[in-house]
Ligand binder design. Structure first.
Ligand SMILES: [Zn+2]
Length: 335
């Protein structure tokens, strides 16, 4: 009789204690504090985002995961480290969402993005890539798919919006401030050190040679006011450079031009160059490859070889960003 009474009281006590605990759990935060907690954006999966991609003359609808794989196949060697490929996948996804959210460009009002590298991003079908990969085809296909799947939905954000995720091949020691290369100087595209060099990058140092006549006529086609009447040794002024040794401006034939203009006019691999008259020719010595803004792909691969993760790589090259899941504000599938 006594035993069962004790047992009954114990049961009541336990039930009461559990009730208190439950109550305590629910009221652990005062109301004011509860309101401050923001639920992070869980983001959407790439497979539920549909985008319109202009490939050549046709516009195809495809899911973001398929598209990012296609960009990865075209934009970065599949032999690169997985963490570098993951960084590239996030950059490609971010660049795509940036374009989706900022509206179609005049070049293709009916598509979110295109495969013209001078406008958007390169794209390669699995068939074309597999043909080029040969005996590594299955391995590289799986690696590309893994890089996209393991970063599903991850996006580079600045002030909670996808960034213009610029990338290029190889830096000349440092990346460039966006304002040194383009009209806009964006806070997240600023100069940082980049670890790759001649051991990591094929043709890290390159030479471009032109005859004096060829050089003159090419330059005059764009800058007819230039004066090449003196000896070739007098044609070039001392350039101004930024921290990555990129030429900001240089006087050629008495005309001050931008390093980026010289790069495109003479198809140099980068604007980090020296130029001089040598043995009757005009010779450029060039370092690195690409515009130098944002993530260096060879730099990303070198960092991955040093054990850095894709998040560390992205946060290194894009200043002050967060990399997080994201839900696009406007989806092409809603159109
Ligand atoms: Zn485009």
């Amino acid at each position: 009789m006594k035993k069962s009474l004790i047992a009954a009281w114990m049961l009541i006590a336990v039930v009461f204690a559990l009730g208190l605990m439950g109550l305590a759990g629910r009221s652990i935060l005062p109301n004011t504090q509860k309101e401050k907690i923001t639920v992070p954006d869980p983001g959407v999966s790439d497979s539920s985002v549909s985008i319109r991609v202009k490939i050549g003359d046709t516009v195809q609808k495809m899911n973001l995961d398929s598209y990012v794989q296609g960009v990865l196949r075209a934009e970065m060697p599949a032999s690169f480290e997985l963490e570098a490929l993951k960084a590239q996948a996030v950059a490609a996804r971010t660049e795509t969402l940036y374009k989706v959210e900022n509206g179609p460009v005049a070049n293709h009002p009916d598509a979110d993005i295109c495969n013209n590298i001078n406008c958007c991003q390169a794209y390669k079908t699995e068939e074309d890539a597999q043909a080029a990969w040969g005996e590594n085809a299955d391995y590289y296909s799986a690696k590309i798919a893994t890089a996209v799947r393991e970063t599903d939905g991850m996006t580079i954000l600045y002030q909670d919006k996808p960034i213009l995720a610029a990338f290029f091949s190889a830096a000349s020691g440092q990346t460039n401030n966006s304002g040194d290369v383009w009209i806009n100087d964006l806070p997240y595209l600023q100069s940082v050190q980049s670890p790759e060099g001649e051991n990591e990058v094929p043709n890290y140092y390159s030479i471009a040679t032109f005859s004096q006549e060829e050089f003159k006529s090419t330059f005059l086609s764009q800058f007819p006011e230039a004066d090449f009447s003196g000896s070739a040794n007098t044609w070039f002024g001392a350039p101004t450079r930024n921290d990555s040794d990129m030429v900001l401006s240089i006087s050629i034939g008495g005309v001050t031009v931008k390093g980026t203009q010289v790069r495109s006019l003479f198809a140099l691999r980068s604007a980090a160059f020296t130029v001089a008259a040598e043995d009757g020719n005009i010779v450029f010595h060039v370092t690195g490859y690409g515009h130098g803004v944002g993530m260096s792909q060879y730099g990303a691969n070198t960092m991955a070889q040093q054990g850095k993760t894709y998040l560390e790589i992205l946060e290194w090259y894009y200043t002050g960003v967060t990399v997080a899941p994201y839900t696009p504000k406007t989806l092409a599938s809603d159109n």
